[in-house]
Design a protein around this ligand. Sequence first.
Ligand SMILES: Cc1cc2nc3c(=O)[nH]c(=O)nc-3n(C[C@H](O)[C@H](O)[C@H](O)COP(=O)(O)O)c2cc1C
Length: 357
Amino acid sequence: MADIFSPVKLGDIDLSNRIVMAPMTRDRAGPGDVPNDVMVDYYRQRAGAGLIVTEGTQPSPAGKGYWRTPGIYSDAQVAGWRRVAGAVHDAGGRIVMQIMHVGRAAVQANKDADAETVAPSAIACPDRIAGPDGVPVDTVLPRALATEEIVQVVVEYVAAARNAMAAGMDGIELHCASGYLPMQFLSSNSNRRTDRYGGSVVNRIRFVVELLEALAAAIGPGRVGFRICPGVSFNGMDDANPHETHAALLRAVDGLGLAYCHLIHIPLVGQDALDLVRENWRGAIIENNGLTLEKARGVLAEGKAQAVSFGYLFIANPDLADRFRRGAALAKGERAHFYTGAGDDRRGYTDYPALDA
Ligand SMILES: Cc1cc2nc3c(=O)[nH]c(=O)nc-3n(C[C@H](O)[C@H](O)[C@H](O)COP(=O)(O)O)c2cc1C
């Protein structure tokens, strides 16, 4: 019966409590997709979480698809993230970087003019995505990666993970959910390849398995987590059998000694997603999606997960763990400023006060 305020170790990462800040894209990076002052403040304010997972961060120019998301491939980006990690550590927190390659979920106007859009197959993401002015537009028709190019994408991810560690991060989280590149490989409707990366389940999970193996070899398995969301339809995902696909993936990486599996738990027809993870994965689990303090305590008390994450609640409650501890009221986040500063980057971002401020 683990208490939410008790310490826990996820792989090699020591958390002072089990309250994790879920990754959230906030679209505030500066020129060159470099983390800026306002991002340093934002993450520092939230260091009371046992662990912060950063917003999705692109490993390469081709991995970008949204407006003003940060990168982790240039020296300036590494320097910017070093300030973020330093601020969080100085405030007593822990932070891992979520590495997010969007694959086909990309708007050209949001990325460098010469950056490509690649995916397992040349099938466009059917969902529209917000452009620079916030108005949703069509995504780019992706170019299918050639078999021999896939190793190069893995190399980019590995370089990104090494850069994250050089920036002082406590580890990385591989984004394999929400219809981005890894999930585009997993899902039968977005992966129509006929080489060893497509077709059968074992072929469709191969990219993610090879990626996790490479990341683990590069920075140590205990510093690598991964995020999944079996059954999600976001960004045009429609896998013929999400249970089978994710069970196979979890079993394939179970022996690697990875830090954790971060589950975005949505209702699934058939077996419950958390049960699916527990049945096929012996490592630590971070449970997420729509949790309240009470629900989170229930999940931990039942021993179904080792930690719990909160997204929305961290937007307006930088001191969420402290508020939980004190039984204090929670502030409501303002949706209009979730994704952009709209002229003032701080608004709806770093201007939510802590209780004692
Ligand atoms: C503004 C916003 C941005 C998000 N960006 C990301 C992201 O970059 N990567 C990711 O894995 N999930 C992202 N999510 C999903 C959250 O991490 C989380 O799974 C979701 O909000 C559900 O948890 P909650 O009910 O506690 O908010 C985002 C959610 C929000 C609200």
